[in-house]
Design a protein around this ligand. Structure first.
Ligand SMILES: [Zn+2]
Length: 462
């Protein structure tokens, strides 16, 4: 849609912040200008798209994506990740600061990513920074340059160029982030607990699970909350896998600690009991735990204890996953830990959410407005509301499909959802009022933390 033109999208199931109802959504210049009664906006020379009973959702906001480019583009790149996002109904992603080389721990590293991503973004794209030992002086410049916050690991990250923080590094990083008003996002597993856990390599998932116990999460979260309490930093716990951390978070909030948490589709939809021997597509850290834990995560989600459900899309090449079907050993201890799911998060969550009696409005709160609020994008992203970017998704909540990993836009055909039947299909995705066509030129923009102001780039002012 060229600038200054209007369009109307009509659906009998528009998922608005206050519920689902039939409506017409008027779009002008890439923004939502009006939400009117169904059938009331007459198109005239406007362009009308009538979705019938297909639902209209806000585009999802996925604040936890590892793109890996530059440096490990063979794992995933900007083009493949953002096409997968668009095909999966995700219109904004925030890229994690590690697995790319260089990592996003300096302004130069951020600039390298921004430059590489130019012309390769089918959806809007922002960046997290990283807080690692020794880079406290880099945090304020990165914050000013528009990163959405800083990721730290409390245990080894899996890549040498992104070391984890010990207690003193964490204290220094959080103190600085409290001073500059940044959001600290934390991978919370405790290395001492991990070191003490039984290490039994091999193809049995239960052995891998025993090597990453829930105690590693609770110990790390307890230590983090202590440091947050002392420094006053605002902290966010990434990818909570064990429901045992939730009482700690509740108590900390009651004590006035500014803490939020997220969980991921794989912890909510998969369970340890179902992981086949050697199927390392299921390996991630912290690990997928048992069914009773999964039920407890759902209860917490329903109670509003998680601000977001985000993918933690963290793929690698099939050989590093050591997958038996690609000639690998299927050894969980040695395989790359990361789950590829960016394109599948919405149907995966919807399939399970619907079974548990949740609505599309719940899913939108967990996967669109919640993550948007986490990163300060409330007001432009994550809701169908007047003044917001017209980032929209046509979603058929009744369509079922079998996942064929080779047909996904992800760079590598590896996902634990392969072969599963999921319910809910993305029929179209709009970014700022324009239909995203993954076979055509991309028009995603690079975005920055709102308080940091826009990144001005000539190619964006077309
Ligand atoms: Zn991650």
């Amino acid at each position: 849609m060229p600038l200054s033109e209007t369009a109307v999208i009509r659906s009998r199931r528009v998922v608005l912040p206050d519920g689902e109802r039939p409506a017409d959504v008027l779009i002008r210049d890439g923004r939502i200008e009006q939400i009117a009664e169904h059938g009331s906006l007459l198109a005239g020379d406007q362009h009308l798209t009538d979705l019938g009973d297909t639902a209209l959702l806000p585009g999802l906001v996925d604040t936890h994506v590892h793109v890996n480019e530059p440096g490990r583009t063979e794992w995933e790149g900007f083009a493949t990740a953002t096409r997968a996002a668009a095909a999966g109904g995700v219109t904004t992603i925030i890229d994690m600061p590690l697995n790319s080389i260089p990592p996003t721990t300096t302004v130069a590293g951020l600039e390298a990513k921004r430059k590489t991503a130019e012309g390769q973004a089918w959806v809007d794209l922002g960046f997290w920074g990283g807080a690692v030992p020794g880079n406290v002086p880099d945090l304020e410049p990165l914050h000013r340059a528009g990163v959405f916050g800083f990721k730290s690991f409390l245990a080894p990250s899996g890549v040498d160029e992104f070391p984890h923080v010990e207690a003193a590094d964490l204290e220094a990083a959080l103190a600085e982030q409290a001073r500059i008003g940044a959001l600290a996002i934390i991978h919370a597993e405790d290395p001492t607990v991990l070191d003490a856990a039984p290490q039994q390599p091999g193809v049995h998932y239960r052995d891998f699970l025993a090597s990453r116990p829930a105690d590693a999460e609770t110990a790390a979260v307890a230590r983090l909350l202590d440091t947050a309490r002392r420094t006053g930093a605002r902290v966010h716990i990434l990818h909570v896998s064990s429901a045992a951390v939730l009482p700690l978070l509740r108590q900390a909030r009651e004590d006035g600690v500014r803490v939020t948490a997220e969980t991921c589709p794989h912890y909510l939809t998969l369970a340890a009991e179902q992981v086949p021997d050697g199927d390392t597509a299921f390996k991630c850290c912290p690990p997928i735990r048992d069914e009773s834990n999964r039920d407890a995560l759902w209860a917490a989600l329903a109670a509003g204890e998680f601000v977001a459900v985000v993918s933690d899309h963290s793929p690698s090449t099939p050989d590093l996953k050591l997958l038996p079907e690609f000639g690998g050993s299927g050894d969980f201890a040695k395989a790359w830990g990361g789950i590829a799911s960016l394109q599948l998060g919405l149907p995966a969550i919807w399939t399970e959410a619907r079974r548990r009696g949740h609505t599309l409005g719940d899913v939108v709160r967990w996967m669109a407005s919640g993550p948007a609020s986490l990163v300060g994008l409330t007001g432009t992203k994550g809701a169908i509301a007047v003044g917001h970017d017209a980032d929209l998704v046509a979603f058929d909540p009744d369509a079922a499909f079998a996942v064929n990993a080779g047909e996904l836009h992800h760079r590598n055909p590896v996902t634990p959802y392969a072969g599963r039947t999921l319910t809910g299909a993305v029929r179209a995705t709009w970014l700022r009022g324009r239909v995203v066509d993954v076979a055509a030129e991309p028009f995603g923009r690079q975005i920055t933390r709102p308080a940091a102001g826009p990144v001005t780039r000539p190619e964006e002012t077309q």
